[in-house]
Design a protein around this ligand. Structure first.
Ligand code: SAM
Length: 467
């Protein structure tokens, strides 16, 4: 995987004549540029990295290495910082942020990749000299040599000597508060306790498969076009082993799209639930960017009108694009807490609530360190307010599906339990609607997990307004 500095053929800076400077390694430079953007302007690696890889024309092998470096370094930040803390003579927060990112990049290679120590150190020192200056490169050289002398991750974990959740947090690259949130979320449904907790945490560290949704194309045709295989749970899902989904004809035409199979089940929850009485008006209350609306539009029975709303105008615009070509749909820019529609207007409402997104940690390597436990209470308050309005938006007897891409108890069970305590609300168990999906029950609700289902950790709940 590694390449000595000087062997790179790619990256704009590589091609510049630099007689007295080392030729920079394109993969490592790209990884550094993403780390720097994540640190300095809160960029999202999953959006920026593909853009840079496209612009820089890296060879496939280098692009794969850049991806591994970027995602691995971002995910492992807690462990890397724990190692570095003991080796730098000042608080890490007092370092030049560029130097800290370079130290993390080098340390990740030493701990987790089979990059020879001399290559990991030398290439990081070269990068530091070019990006920050010669003074900083001395510090990076000295610190990385000490990291290398401490051995790989397993040896460093012994040295750091954490116990219980601290050990688990370091070993699986999660902040401690997320370890605790996962333990609580797995709770009583966990047959093998700690072993499953560790499996759940480790699953956040593996690259997810790409899933497609066959909206307006038979799934068998999408399987053939994409070379994928049918997803096990959603009748519309195709799981790809590899390849660029953008090249699949049905994706290009809009008849199919990229969508996690768990998100497909969340939309199907609303569509599948049995309903007495009229069934003509559906609402997707927090619809942007329109993934679930797209599937709802495709699977609704004839005669159902779909309204999709989002507070953010640019997100509503994405919903419009996702619903292009669909008839009998309406897209609104609206705050679900103060909706423009009259109470009781809908037969079914999907509330895919804004949440921490902790259920999609596989896709966003930096999110686990960007989020903190303090983010949860204000979101839970917003979720409760939106759920109250969602219940007011359905007619008596109407259904509300409450879903989040987070398994955190405060955003899921606690929000729905509080609403279900009302005497005009009834909980409908989720698992019987998906008999094909094993280990779905979280009490009366449903919980998908990457380690169990190969999906994002979507939470699913179904409520009926009784009067
Ligand atoms: C989890 S995302 C929805 C994802 C979407 N259902 C999909 O499948 O593509 C939550 C959305 O809620 C929107 N949102 C946040 N607060 C809102 C509010 N008060 N009213 C309506 N939408 C809101 C956000 O703009 C965001 O697009």
């Amino acid at each position: 995987m590694s390449r000595p500095s000087g062997a790179s053929r790619s990256g704009r800076r590589d091609r510049r004549p630099a007689p007295r400077r080392p030729v920079l390694d394109g993969a490592r430079l790209t990884a550094y540029d993403v780390l720097d953007a994540v640190t300095s302007r809160a960029a999202y690696a999953n959006l920026l990295l593909p853009q840079l890889l496209g612009e820089r024309d890296l060879e496939q092998r280098d692009a794969a290495f850049a991806t591994q470096l970027t995602y691995g370094t971002l995910r492992a930040r807690g462990t890397l910082d724990a190692v570095l803390t003991g080796l730098v003579d000042r608080p890490l927060a007092d370092l030049d942020p560029r130097v800290l990112d370079l130290l993390r990049l080098g340390t990740y290679q030493l701990l987790d990749l089979r990059v020879p120590a001399h290559a990991a150190v030398a290439t990081t020192v070269d990068l530091t000299r070019a990006i920050v200056g010669a003074g900083a490169s001395g510090l990076v050289n000295a610190v990385l040599r000490r990291v290398a002398a401490g051995g790989d991750r397993a040896r460093w974990l012994e040295t750091l000597d954490g116990e219980g959740d601290d050990r688990l947090a370091l070993a699986t690259d999660h902040p401690r508060w997320i370890v605790q949130a996962w333990r609580e979320a797995l709770g009583d449904e966990t047959p093998d306790g700690e072993a499953e907790l560790e499996a759940a945490l480790q699953a956040d560290d593996a690259a997810p498969e790409v899933h497609l949704v066959a909206r307006r194309v038979p799934r068998a045709e999408l399987v053939e076009q994409s070379g994928g295989r049918p997803g096990p749970w959603s009748p519309y899902a195709v799981r790809l082993g590899g390849g660029d989904p953008g090249l699949v004809p049905a994706v290009r035409s809009g008849a199919a799209a990229v969508q996690d199979e768990g998100s497909q089940l969340a939309a199907l929850l609303l569509a599948r639930a049995p309903l007495d009485g009229p069934d003509a008006a559906w609402l997707d209350m927090c619809a942007g960017p329109g993934g679930k609306s797209g599937l709802l539009a495709a699977v609704r029975p004839p005669g159902v009108r779909l309204t999709a709303a989002d507070r953010a105008p640019h997100r509503a615009e994405l919903v419009r694009r996702s619903l292009r070509g669909e008839e009998d749909v309406e897209v609104l820019v609206a705050d679900g807490r103060q909706p423009p529609w009259a109470p009781g207007s809908f037969d079914r409402v999907l509330l895919d609530a804004p949440c921490t997104g902790l259920g999609a940690l596989r896709r966003r390597p930096e999110v686990r360190w960007r989020r903190t436990g303090d983010d949860v209470p204000p979101l839970a308050e917003l979720q409760a307010a939106l759920l109250e309005r969602a219940l007011a938006s359905v007619r008596p007897g109407g259904l509300v599906a409450y879903v989040t891409c987070s398994p955190h108890t405060a955003e899921t069970v606690a929000v729905v339990d509080a609403a279900a305590a009302r005497d005009d609300v009834e909980v409908l168990p989720v698992a019987p609607l998906f008999p094909e999906v094993p280990d779905l029950s979280r009490g009366r609700y449903g919980q998908l997990w990457p380690h169990r289902h190969g999906t994002d950790a979507m939470f699913l709940a179904l409520l009926r307004r009784t009067r």
